[in-house]
Write a protein that binds this ligand. Structure first.
Ligand SMILES: Cc1cc2nc3c(=O)[nH]c(=O)nc-3n(C[C@H](O)[C@H](O)[C@H](O)COP(=O)(O)OP(=O)(O)OC[C@H]3O[C@@H](n4cnc5c(N)ncnc54)[C@H](O)[C@@H]3O)c2cc1C
Length: 386
């Protein structure tokens, strides 16, 4: 149902149905019902301005990485970027290329990783195919595409190689293992090399903690941009913003024409809309959500979520984990259909146990990593038959 927002959902236990309140673009509302409610509303859909005094007093161009003026031209302009996360890392090289000056306000350190998946070749399909490139950067020739069409097995093998090269480095996150130590040293050395003679930056931005504690980002051209003459890295913090620029934590004024906030989203693992489950309990009232394997919640029958709290402990692309979650949800739906089950929701005790296990596992920071396979819905769910 396009152009329609879910504003609330209430579970009616006698009926075994969700009553969902919906709002059209013109503001009119209506109600619909469903047996199963799958929430795929995402966690990065609500961008936010940073809470900095005076931010909206700025008279130049105020932009956010998720709210970007389409015709913005920063050529020959003085630009500031707030943030060092994935968005900033991708923007900085582009901004630095033509801005008169670029000041990057930095608070956190990040590993700049090697390019993911940059070792897979497809020369067998076409000798003229591009040399290996980072995943997502390969331009396929017509001959390569034809080989994929004609030879599904070859296509599958190729996809597995790309996927394997992106996610195969999981073991590097097992703290204290040989691979973890090697990868940490390798990335630190590579960053040192790319930062050239800028010892000041090496000291401030190369992490000492274990890789994986913050999202790894390849950051093509990022470190090279930071050491350009027109770029300044500022570690003093921001006290406030005024009409013409920013005042640092040391009280210095940095005058800019464009102020870019690469400060992210209101990362919200609780749903953006109100959800009322068994006995009138409201999901948004939970201070610590006890959620089963990130996809279902005790007390909220026939409710499933993609990438809920505790989801996505992974490396590389998030989508394979979403697919796994969706497959599990579909298994539950099939079970309900075939066995005339009215409703199911996870058992509280099993959910608590699973979460305790995950916490203990994180405590060791993946030292003895295991693949957690989920028990079948029959063991872990409270089932109500029709
Ligand atoms: C800048 C940026 C870069 C990223 N890069 C990567 C990357 O490289 N790799 C990666 O794996 N992930 C990346 N992500 C994460 C990315 O968000 C997820 O991988 C993926 O998009 C999540 O898919 P999703 O379907 O769960 O949510 P989304 O893609 O966010 O889709 C949610 C949908 O639900 C709709 N919606 C929300 N609330 C309601 C409501 N109340 N009623 C009706 N509809 C609603 C939204 O309009 C949207 O259409 C990136 C995210 C951002 C912001």
């Amino acid at each position: 149902m396009l152009g329609t927002e879910v504003v609330a959902a209430d579970w009616h236990d006698l009926e075994g149905k969700w009553h969902v309140q919906l709002k059209r673009k013109d503001g009119t509302t209506f109600e619909d019902t469903c047996n199963v409610l799958i929430n795929g509303s995402g966690v990065l859909t609500k961008w936010k301005w940073p809470a900095i005094d005076g931010l909206h007093d700025f008279k130049g161009v105020l932009a956010h990485s998720a709210y970007w003026p389409q015709d913005l031209d920063w050529t020959d302009k003085r630009v500031a970027v707030i943030g060092t996360g994935s968005s900033s890392i991708q923007m900085v090289p582009k901004l630095a290329a033509t801005a008169t000056s670029l000041t990057v306000f930095m608070r956190n350190q990040t590993y700049i990783a090697p390019q993911f998946g940059a070792n897979v070749t497809n020369k067998e399909a076409d000798p003229a195919a591009m040399d290996p490139a980072a995943a997502g950067k390969h331009h396929f020739t017509e001959k390569e595409k034809q080989r994929f069409r004609d030879d599904p097995e070859y296509h599958l093998e190729y996809r597995k190689k790309v996927e394997g090269s992106v996610v195969g480095g999981w073991d590097m996150f097992n703290r204290g293992t040989d691979l973890n130590v090697q990868v940490r040293e390798f990335m630190q050395n590579q960053m040192r090399e790319r930062l050239g003679d800028r010892d000041d930056l090496k000291e401030k931005i190369i992490p000492t903690w274990s890789p994986g504690c913050r999202r790894l980002t390849p950051g093509e051209g990022y470190l090279e941009a930071l050491i350009k003459e027109n770029v300044t890295c500022n570690f003093d913090g921001i006290d406030n913003v005024n009409a013409t620029g920013l005042v640092t934590g040391k009280g210095e004024q940095v005058e800019v024409d464009i102020l870019v906030c690469a400060t992210g989203f209101n990362v919200q693992y609780l749903p953006h809309f109100r959800i009322v489950g068994l006995g009138g309990q409201v999901m948004q009232d939970q201070t610590t959500p006890n959620i089963y394997a990130s996809i279902a919640a005790p007390g909220f029958p026939n409710y499933f979520v993609i990438n809920g709290p505790r989801g996505n402990w992974g490396q590389g692309c998030a989508l394979p984990s979403h697919e796994t979650q969706m497959e599990y949800i579909l298994q539950c739906c099939r079970k309900m259909q075939e066995d005339q089950i009215k409703s199911m929701h996870p058992k509280e005790k099993i959910t608590t146990q699973l979460n305790a296990y995950e916490d203990a596992w994180h405590e060791k920071v993946c030292r003895h990593a295991q693949i957690i396979s989920l028990p079948s819905p029959i063991i872990s769910m409270v089932l109500t038959r029709r």
